[in-house]
Design a binder for this molecule. Structure first.
Ligand code: SF4
Length: 488
């Protein structure tokens, strides 16, 4: 261990302990939006082009994914196995992380513990500085997006170059990712062509918007980076505690170049990505590609265990990131969110995400998983509108390959979110009334009298009008159950 801070339960080794979970610090990284979800969503809904792009992309992925999932006769058993492995992992996370640290160290790597985004950014920046490099190439990584690593590196005079095609489009467009798996899902081919023509040095002015032409332009642009950059930064999909092996799965092969060509490889990984044993990979390497890209297996699955002399990076670092995860782990209902393998299936089936896109969520984690993960990492008060960014239809639960019950966590978090004073007072009055039978009967009689006033529109008067703005208020029945009972 080379830095203070550690996972829940790593008592005596750092500054974060079980029972004292800290949330992700404000002012750094990308877990908090500038405005509440309803305001951001309203603006996104007005963008017809965005909605067309999203509908086309999510419909295509859903179709591919559904087809290859249908080929697996034991898909439900696989999902149960994925959930079981993750539940076991969370139950003994501190022990597994220490086992992982020991295995990586034995294999020649160095493990660093980062309590939060500030500490992780400092560790990575110091490691890059120590190599003397002023440029790093990056493998697509949600964890580094979460902590705002690119901004931290740029502030230190180090240029980060994204090598995943979609991340490169986002970076060149000075944009933000809007999907876990397809960060530029909000862009169509014509928009990508414009970004390349504007931002990519030496690009052919006759570039068309054919996918093959765009990919070739990106390949030419990245080739020089791959061959001349000595330091790479990656995330990790899985880390095997038993062997100290890290794994990255991807479709393009750019990640493979970053993971094998440089002298120094720095991996930033959320602490929940550890799995106990090598054989557990068998479950996740079946679940992940089918649920995410709709492929039977990933085109590129890269695994490395510490340092192999004379082969690949000769300096290997692993930064274990907490940044609020201990706080999530401390919540018995909410901790399921840490089971997520970032397949994005829940985004692709969510009727809210399909219409608003990812930027409306304000966090690098959009869609249903973002609505339960981001508020827990930051503390619910800092992302209070996200648990409401759902119709609770349950499609995310049906789609999730590791059976995360997202609707139940949403309801759980809604209970923790701060409520407007008028709503809290109305609920307290309703609870008091329902607890007193005579008062309840009088309220029912009163409600019935409103029928005499004739049709009254569809809503309640202010200050309760917000509640009925998107809900119909049913008319009181002509006869209550009590009256019906009394008649008999
Ligand atoms: S919550 Fe489930 S469906 Fe959504 S990204 Fe995570 S693993 Fe995939």
């Amino acid at each position: 261990m080379t830095a203070p801070g550690g996972p829940a339960g790593a008592a005596g080794r750092g500054t974060t302990f079980l029972g004292m979970p800290a949330t992700a610090p404000p002012g750094v990284g990308h877990l908090r939006g500038d405005e509440p979800f309803p305001a951001a969503a309203r603006r996104a809904l007005a963008d017809a082009q965005l909605r067309r792009n999203l509908r086309h992309a999510t419909t295509t992925i859903r179709g591919k994914s559904g087809a290859v999932i249908g080929e697996v006769p034991d898909w439900q058993e696989l999902r149960e196995a994925g959930r079981a492995v993750k539940t076991d992992t969370m139950a003994r996370l501190p022990e597994l992380l220490e086992q992982l640290e020991a295995a990586v160290t034995t294999a020649g790597g160095t493990v660093h513990w980062a309590a939060d985004a500030v500490e992780a950014n400092r560790i990575v920046t110091d490691l890059v500085r120590a190599t003397g490099a002023d440029r790093v190439m990056k493998v697509k990584s949600m964890a580094t997006q979460e902590i705002g690593l690119n901004e931290a590196l740029e502030a230190a005079g180090i240029e980060p170059v994204e090598t995943d095609l979609a991340e490169l489009i986002v970076q060149l467009g000075r944009d933000r990712p809007s999907h876990i798996l397809v960060p530029a899902i909000h862009r169509n081919r014509a928009e990508i062509r414009e970004i390349f023509l504007r931002e990519m040095p030496g690009v052919d002015p006759g570039l068309t918007d054919e996918p093959a032409a765009l990919a070739a332009a990106a390949r030419r642009h990245l080739r020089e980076t791959f061959l001349s950059t000595r330091v790479a930064v990656s995330g990790a999909n899985f880390a095997v505690a038993e062997t100290g092996t890290l794994a990255v799965v991807e479709s393009e092969g750019n990640g493979r170049m970053c993971l094998t060509l440089p002298q120094t490889l720095i991996t930033v990984m959320g602490i929940e990505k550890v799995i106990p044993a090598w054989r557990d990979l068998e479950v996740f390497l079946q679940l992940l590609p089918r649920a995410s890209t709709g492929e039977r297996m990933n085109p590129y699955t890269s695994m490395w265990t510490g340092v192999t002399p004379g082969d690949g990076p000769q300096e290997v670092h692993l930064v274990l990131l907490d940044n609020g995860r201990s706080a999530v782990l401390a919540d018995e209902t909410g901790r399921q969110a840490l089971h997520c393998i970032r397949c994005s299936a829940c985004l692709n089936v969510c009727p809210v995400y399909e219409r608003t896109g990812g930027h409306a969520y304000g966090s690098v984690y959009p869609g249903p998983i973002g609505a339960v993960l981001s508020p827990q990492l930051t503390g619910v008060a800092d992302n209070a509108s996200l648990p409401y960014a759902s119709s609770l239809c349950g499609a995310c639960y049906d789609a999730c390959p590791v059976l995360i019950d997202i609707p139940s966590i949403l309801v759980h978090l809604r209970g923790q979110a701060p409520h407007p004073r008028a709503e809290a007072a109305a609920m307290a009055a309703a609870a008091y009334t329902m607890d007193h039978p005579a008062l309840y009967a009088a309220a029912q009689r009163g409600a019935r009298l409103t029928r005499l006033a004739g049709p009254r529109g569809r809503g309640l008067p202010p200050p309760l009008s917000g509640w009925t703005a998107s809900r119909d208020l049913p008319d009181p029945p002509p006869q209550t159950f009590r009256d019906w009972w009394a008649e008999r």
